[in-house]
Design a protein around this ligand. Structure first.
Ligand SMILES: [Zn+2]
Length: 76
């Protein structure tokens, strides 16, 4: 394995911190966040904050950004 790896993009997820506060409820002291850095076009997507937003962001950002990435040339 080589230690050097070229990343076209990086998805960064911060799971946040919090504690269970009763039956089935959870209180965040630091809400989860996510952002997406595209190194091809230099765009940063997000960050988004909150568990629901983070889940949606992680699920959709790769394909969503690919559609609007300004560095569309794909090297072959
Ligand atoms: Zn891009």
């Amino acid at each position: 394995m080589t230690a050097r790896q070229v990343l076209n993009a990086q998805l960064v997820v911060d799971c946040g911190e919090g504690r269970a506060s009763g039956r089935g409820s959870f209180t965040y002291t630091r809400p989860p966040r996510a952002r997406y850095d595209c190194h091809r076009c230099g765009t940063r997507e997000g960050p988004v904050t909150g568990p629901d937003a983070v889940i949606r962001f992680v699920a959709e950002i790769r394909s969503a950004h690919r559609d609007r990435c300004t560095a569309q040339e794909h090297r072959t």
